[in-house]
Design a binder for this molecule. Structure first.
Ligand code: NAD
Length: 639
């Protein structure tokens, strides 16, 4: 990777951030690469210590690369950001708890995500150019990457001051606040680094260190403690307003620019960390509670828009400075319900056979390879997928694999492929079918795999081709808990959510039940729009009412079939799929096959199947999105 240079140098493991034009902003891939290097060197006796530095003289690292988070978040996909934060915090925690010395050289700006990499090691070196800050409250986040822990342990109420005002620390301030340890003039850094690597210890660093320059903020400490000692953001704002000196006025001006919800939660987190004497893992946990919700319920998207996208510097925050209610803070800081933050090493390097490299399978396999797994693929058609090597047949892809994934068109093809690969698989391996197939085929294949000593899972997906490419699919999983646990890291790589639905076949059952509801509600939504047209009811008015009334649904609110109404959807792109009508027909047929086999009465599912069949087979539905039912109804009168 050119954005980061990871290598061994003498007795040191070296990590050099190498995006100087972007002020070394930290990408997701850089986070993963740092973590992997640290794990590798942890037990390598030839690596005595780790040295982290950065190219360029403007910045060690000015923050996390939030462009992709913004792009995915505005599209309603919060999983990317959540995964980024989880993986980043796990890497930050690894630095904080590393059993060997970690030396960082922090020239220029070290902010936000840069603090997570540069300020948790054992020897944090600053020079005259160093400027360290936690500016997150300015963009609707909270001081994270373990920054809350450092702030909570800064002298007096300096943590509140730095978090809320986002003020920058010079080298003396950073040492006073506990964000750095040693001041070393920058002209001697190159020589010190060379000596550290050659000697495998920090003796040269300690020799080169000089007394820290004056700390501007240390002189202000009594004022900071008096003004920032309140129990809540409201108390602090009142104290600042009640004081007229230049320092208080400047602090109030700074605080007034930042997101009130973020600042109120920052105060609460710092108080909690100190009051309950929590450790750094607890700090990451509290931070993740906030950040995992920051896009959906907080001000993060608006903060990025105002600061970086539109650059109008006029964010519309969700709360006023004087009035963040306690329940808004509670909502942001209650324990997470989805994917939890963990600190264990992520499973790496499984050997995966991937059969069926079509529209869905190819990007899924590419994501697995990108995450460091060895992926051997096979498809009947000639397909090349980045990072995936090709086998000559299914059995070759499956032999010796820890997990075999299938992503195939239907149940009979799955049965045929399973008959070929099951005998080739090694005992105890997982056979993970992600195709959408009938429940019967899923259960039959699972029984055969089980009998052969394998661990079968059926895990159909929702999220479509876009979700497969972005790694944000949802998996509905049937099979044993043991198999689910083994496959979990793969679900996390290929998707943003997985639900264990019970024994074999239950994943497919969940998928077809979900899609039967989807088919029915889409038809209901489309026919209601067509009726509204005939009644002279404006489509926008219809949307405004229904999307906030009892008729609301995903079809109406998130995927509105009327062009130009509601959020962007395939209707706005001339009904290019999206989710093609013929795929919806396939899923509806599976629902009716299952209903037939289990003697379930599904009259609306049956009607929806018939309508989509006519649409696809007799009308112009093939190749159009399944929401193109609306123009179909528009053209018709009563039958
Ligand atoms: P696709 O047709 O693009 O891919 C299927 C691939 O399987 C093809 O490349 C084909 O050559 C290969 N194949 C067929 N028989 C094979 C065999 N015997 N051995 C090896 N390879 C074989 O289909 P897709 O869109 O990738 O969908 C795959 C599955 O995912 C389907 O079950 C579908 O219902 C489901 N799904 C698709 C979407 C979507 O939006 N496309 C969304 C959710 C679920």
């Amino acid at each position: 990777m050119t954005d980061i240079d990871i290598r061994k140098d003498g007795h040191a493991g070296r990590i050099t951030l190498n995006r100087p034009k972007a002020l070394n902003a930290l990408t997701y891939e850089m986070c993963l690469a740092i973590e992997e290097a640290l794990w590798t060197w942890r037990d390598d006796p030839t690596v005595k210590l780790v040295l982290i530095d950065a190219e360029g003289n403007k910045a060690f690292c000015a923050g996390g690369d939030i462009a992709e988070m913004y792009a995915t978040g505005t599209a309603g996909n919060f999983g990317y950001g959540q995964r980024f934060w989880r993986d980043e915090y796990r890497m930050n925690a690894l630095i904080a708890e590393y059993p060997k010395s970690v030396v960082s050289f922090l020239q220029g700006f070290t902010m936000g995500g840069g603090v997570g990499v540069g300020c948790h090691g054992s020897h944090r070196v600053v020079g005259d150019s160093s400027r360290i800050a936690m500016p997150e409250c300015g963009i609707g986040l909270i001081p994270d990457v373990g920054g809350s822990y450092l702030l909570a342990h800064a002298p007096g109420r300096l943590g509140e001051y730095l978090g809320l005002t986002t003020d920058r620390m010079g080298p003396g301030d950073a040492i006073h606040a506990g964000f750095a340890d040693l001041y070393v003039p920058e002209e001697s850094w190159a020589g010190v680094k060379a000596a550290i690597c050659a000697e495998g210890n920090v003796a040269a660093l300690n020799e080169a260190a000089q007394p820290a320059p004056d700390a501007r903020l240390a002189a202000m400490q009594p004022r900071i403690d008096a003004l920032f000692g309140g129990q809540s953001l409201g108390d602090i704002v009142n104290a600042l307003k009640g004081d007229t000196d230049e320092f208080a006025a400047d602090a109030l001006a700074r605080v007034s620019r930042n997101a009130p919800l973020s600042m109120a939660c920052t105060v609460e987190i710092l108080h909690r960390l100190r009051r309950e004497q929590l450790d750094i893992r607890d700090a990451f946990d509290l931070e993740y509670r906030f950040t995992s919700r920051a896009m959906e319920h907080g001000d993060f998207i608006e903060g990025i828009r105002a600061a970086i996208i539109d650059k109008d510097k006029s964010p519309h925050w969700s709360h006023d400075l004087g009035g963040v209610p306690a329940d808004a803070i509670d909502t942001m800081l209650r324990p997470v319900t989805g994917e939890k933050l963990t600190f264990e090493r992520k499973a790496q390097g499984m050997k995966i056979g991937f059969i069926g490299l079509g529209n869905m399978g190819a990007p899924m396999a590419a994501n697995l390879a990108k995450a460091g797994h060895e992926v051997i693929g096979y498809d009947m058609a000639t397909v090349t997928v980045n990072g995936v090597s090709n086998a000559r047949n299914g059995a070759e892809a499956a032999s010796d694999a820890d997990v075999v994934i299938t992503m195939l068109p239907n149940g009979s093809i799955l049965r045929a492929v399973a008959a070929e690969v099951i005998p080739a698989m090694k005992n105890g391996a997982v056979l993970l079918d992600c195709s959408t197939v009938d429940v019967e085929s899923a259960r039959a294949v699972a029984a055969d795999a089980d009998a052969a000593g394998l661990l079968p899972l059926d895990a159909p997906v929702s999220g479509g081709i876009g979700g497969a490419a972005a790694g944000t699919l949802t998996f509905m999983v049937g099979g044993s808990k043991e198999a689910y646990q083994i496959a979990l890291p793969l679900f996390e790589t290929m998707g943003q959510k997985s639900v264990h639905c019970g024994p074999s076949g239950n994943g497919q059952a969940a998928k077809i039940c979900n899609n039967m509801i989807l088919g029915v509600t889409m038809i209901a939504t489309c026919e209601a729009f067509a009726l509204a047209d005939k009644l002279g009811l404006d489509r926008q008015a219809m949307f405004d009412v229904v999307s906030t009334s009892s008729g609301y649904s995903w079809s109406m609110n998130a995927y509105c079939p009327a062009p130009g109404i509601g959020p962007k959807s395939p209707a706005d792109n001339d009904y290019k799929p999206g989710f093609a009508a013929e795929l919806m027909l396939k899923d509806l047929r599976l629902s009716q096959q299952a209903a037939e086999a289990s003697d379930a009465d599904t009259p609306l599912g049956k009607a929806a199947t018939d309508l989509y069949r006519r649409f696809v087979e007799e009308e112009d539905g093939t190749g159009r999105d399944f929401s193109a039912m609306l123009p179909r109804f528009e053209k018709r009168g009563r039958e």
